[in-house]
Design a protein around this ligand. Sequence first.
Ligand code: DX5
Ligand code: ZN
Length: 220
Amino acid sequence: MAVQISPSILAADFARLADEAAAVPNADWLHVDVMDYHFVPNLTLGLPVVEALRKATATPLDCHLMIADPDRWAPQYAEAGAGSVTIHAEAAKAPIRTLREIRLLGARAGLALNPATAVEPYEALFPEIDMVLLMTVEPGFGGQKFLDGVLPKIRRARELVQRHGGRIWVQVDGGVDAETIGRCAEAGADVFVAGSAVYGASDPVAAVDGLRAAATRAST
Ligand code: DX5
Ligand code: ZN
């Protein structure tokens, strides 16, 4: 289970996104938080910015759609060249169709669960997904405190993933930093989103390396 780090550009300077992408050449992904003022009480960016960012960096884009109607909009993010497109279980009305469309368009398909959403009811969707994203804060804002209460769900998700062959990545998102990442890795996460812990650091490259080392230590 290789550790992957996905810095969230939500904590970057939106006026300098190309530079901010270039500031973390050691990242595996760039996490792009799409918010629509409906699914979450915040508004960030959409398709035009993803298209522009796609041209500005070689780092694959990990698009996390916190939007009310992912069935309608998610395929366009795959079309725009995102390497991974994650929809929220709480928002999707036809998740199987949408996840299949994302994959057909060449992206990895992810399913995100809010902190209070259990993973077990979604086991039937595992054949349709490449990643399960467990929110470790309520979605909508960066810089929030990590919710320890999600740790048992990370363990359960890892067990279910192993039962399904171990192919699906387990991503955690929210409050992940040098201190909390070890607990997430120990519980079974292997893809780590970090916004403030990377872009709030004086040396983002060192921050990514530090997070990777801490997660690797805890998961081996
Ligand atoms: C929150 C977003 C996160 C956010 C994480 O709704 O999904 O990706 O950027 O930010 P930090 O790492 O600062 O908690
Ligand atoms: Zn996110």
